[in-house]
Structures are given as structure tokens and as C-alpha cells.
Write a protein that binds this ligand. Structure first.
Ligand SMILES: Nc1ncnc2c1ncn2[C@@H]1O[C@H](COP(=O)(O)OP(=O)(O)OP(=O)(O)O)[C@@H](O)[C@H]1O
Ligand code: NI
Length: 348
């Protein structure tokens, strides 16, 4: 970590929705930074609040029913105090989003070339011909073959992977500082997924972008992350440098997610149990009701303060306080090899 201002700094982000069932807290006091040129992954099961957290940054959350609280600084400027037009500028130029389903973001009535050209012309004061040339360049850059010829094709004429490449090209139009990618490869088959991840990695080097990547898949995290934020039921369970997270996963939830990777103890079944009701979360650690190591203390008070395991690794778990023996969680041998530790509930 440097002392420079991070590109994006999020403190105590809390996003709620007014629902028929009561106030739903989707993201509850989450803090993290994204440095320049860095890839930060938010990982957690479905419903953890990953999408809501990432969409709260540029206020894509519909309000009402949504309400975003906390401090979000982009290049040191507080987004909450920005006017709608300043925010539009940030969204239009500095921060780009790509999503899981590119077909939702592409207009099926217009050719891909028209859509990219339009985006270029919104951003830059250039003539149609120059905008089309730039569209061809961008499509080439993201690996769409025969880019010039494909400009006149409609979205349905592209495969899923190609559509995601087109979306990435559109995101690159403004040369953004930060790309927020929400499960952009989840709908794709594994081979295409790997190609898209590699493409993002190359583009990041080339354009010097930061990436905030949302995924439920720790396998993807291992591929691309510099740093990891593990979320569960709106809270951060653990965060750290990617090597520390994989070498010494310290929260039982992180370890359970790792057991879900191919070859892990939970590879077939996933984690036992379900997320708590977000309108009525349990006291104590949100994961306690599903945690095989939970003790009484885990079910009282608030989510534990994050304990610092190193300057770049922290965990929200009572086992790291008050002289408790965390090796119960991390394995007696303490060799940092999660796969050899006592993993699943093992009673089945
Ligand atoms: N517009 C909304 N109104 C009410 N509740 C919402 C809204 N959007 C999200 N939520 C709730 O917020 C919680 C977090 O949802 P979110 O989509 O962020 O999860 P996620 O971690 O991205 O999951 P997934 O992996 O399935 O995409 C969920 O309980 C969800 O039902
Ligand atoms: Ni999501």
C-alpha cells in the first residue's frame, strides 16, 4: 500500500431498500479501497450484496426504494456531494460498468457499429467516419475478428462471448480509470470465460485501468485479483492480498467458499444452509448460523470488528480475539494449506 490517495475509497457503505417486508439492508457498513491499476474482487454467494455494493458506487441504485449511505471518494472527491451532472460525468468518463448479460445492455434494434459509434460521438466531438474508425479499432482491440465487416451486424448475430467483447469495447470508449465488472463471465462457457478474463487482464495493463470485479467464483478470483473482499449477507468477512487469502484463508466462510472449488470438500454440494433474511439479520456474526465453529459469543452483539492479521489482511471473526485458538479454523498444522484442513461439516 502506498500513501497516495486510492482511486476509489469506500467507507462504511450502507445500502438499504424499502420493501414490503420491511427495511432490507443489502450492504451494511462495507469499506474498501481500489488503488490505481489494481484489480479488487468482491466475492461471496448469491445475495451477499456484491452487485448492490458495486452499483452503489455510481448510484445506479434506484432511489426510492434504495438509499445509499457512507462515504465514497473517487480520486479524493466525495461522490455523495456531487451534483447529478458531475455524477453523470463520472459515469460517462471515469467509471464504466459491464454486466453479466451483455444482451441486456446492448440494444437489439441497432447494429453493433451504430452503438459503438454513438458512444464514441457522445464522448468525443468527432465526425461519423472517425467514430466508425475508432469503433473498428476498439472491436479489433477486444478481439472481435473481421471487425470492420462486423460493424453492420446486429447483436443477435454475435455469440455470448463476442457480445461481452463488444460490451468491453463500449466500456473502453471513454478510456475509464475504473472498470466495474459484475460477473461478466458467469454466463459464458469456461473456455470463453478464460479468454475474456485474459482480455481484461491485457486491457488493464494497456490502459492502466483499475478493475472492481464482482464474482461468486473464487476460481476467477485466483485468476485475476490483486486484492479480495469476501462479502457475506451485506458484511465483509475477510479481506486481503490475494496471496494471503489463498495461502491463509482465515474466516470460516472464506474457507467454506474454498471448499466449494473443484476438488474441495464441498465441490459438489456448496455450503450447507442459506443466507439469513436480509430484513432481519441475526445478531453477532452473520455467518454464525451456518458456521461449524460458532460458539455462543458469535451470536451476540454486532459483526466482530475486523482483526488485523497483517497490514494487508483482516478478518471479522471472534476466534481472532481474546486469546481464542484460531488454529481450530485454520488447521493445527498451520501449513497454510487449506485443502488439507478439516473442512466440511463432515457429518454426512
Ligand atoms: N431493487 C431492490 N429492491 C429490494 N431488494 C433488493 C434490490 N436489489 C437487491 N436487493 C436485495 O439486496 C440483497 C443483495 O443483492 P445483490 O444483488 O447485491 O446480491 P449479489 O451478491 O450480487 O448476488 P448474485 O451473486 O446473485 O448477483 C439481496 O437480498 C437482494 O434481494
Ligand atoms: Ni450480483
Amino acid at each position: 500500500m502506498t500513501t497516495d490517495t486510492p482511486l476509489l475509497s469506500i467507507e462504511n457503505l450502507t445500502t438499504t431498500f424499502d420493501t414490503d417486508a420491511g427495511l432490507l439492508t443489502a450492504v451494511d457498513g462495507v469499506s474498501f479501497d481500489v488503488g490505481r491499476g489494481e484489480t479488487v474482487c468482491i466475492v461471496g454467494e448469491s445475495g451477499s450484496g456484491k452487485t448492490v455494493a458495486s452499483e452503489s458506487i455510481t448510484r445506479l441504485i434506484p432511489s426510492p426504494p434504495g438509499s445509499v449511505d457512507g462515504t465514497i471518494r473517487f480520486e479524493g472527491r466525495d461522490i455523495a456531494s456531487m451534483s447529478e451532472s458531475e455524477l453523470r460525468e463520472i459515469r460517462g468518463q471515469n467509471i464504466a460498468h459491464i454486466f453479466q448479460n451483455p444482451q441486456d445492455a446492448l440494444n437489439h434494434c441497432y447494429t453493433v457499429g451504430w452503438q459503438i459509434t454513438e458512444a464514441v460521438q457522445v464522448h468525443e466531438d468527432v465526425a461519423k467516419e472517425a467514430a466508425r474508425e475508432r469503433a473498428v479499432d476498439l472491436l479489433n482491440r477486444v478481439g472481435v475478428a473481421n471487425a470492420a465487416a462486423r460493424l453492420d451486424d446486429y447483436p443477435h448475430e454475435f455469440s455470448g462471448g463476442q457480445k461481452q467483447r463488444v460490451m468491453i469495447a463500449m466500456a473502453l470508449v471513454t478510456n475509464p480509470d475504473l472498470l466495474i465488472a459484475d460477473e461478466p463471465t458467469t454466463a459464458l462457457d469456461v473456455t470463453v470465460q478464460a479468454q475474456i478474463l485474459r482480455l481484461l487482464d491485457d486491457l488493464q495493463d494497456e490502459f492502466g485501468m483499475s478493475v472492481l470485479f464482482v464474482t461468486h467464483d473464487l476460481g476467477v478470483v485466483a485468476e485475476i485479483a490483486d486484492r479480495v473482499v469476501v462479502m457475506y449477507a451485506g458484511k465483509v468477512m475477510e479481506r486481503g492480498d490475494v496471496y494471503e487469502i489463498f495461502e491463509s484463508p482465515s474466516h470460516p466462510y472464506t474457507r467454506a467458499l474454498m471448499d466449494c472449488l473443484p476438488g474441495g470438500d464441498r465441490a459438489a454440494g456448496g455450503i450447507e444452509g442459506t443466507l439469513p433474511n436480509p430484513t432481519d439479520p441475526p445478531d453477532g456474526c452473520r455467518f454464525a448460523p451456518r458456521c461449524e465453529y460458532a460458539v455462543d459469543e458469535c451470536t451476540r452483539g454486532d459483526q466482530p470488528e475486523e482483526a488485523e492479521l497483517s497490514a494487508s489482511h483482516s478478518v471479522s471473526c471472534v476466534y481472532y480475539y481474546g486469546g481464542r485458538d484460531a488454529s481450530v479454523i485454520t488447521g493445527e498444522d498451520d501449513d497454510g494449506d487449506w485443502s488439507s484442513s478439516p473442512g466440511g461439516l463432515a457429518d454426512d
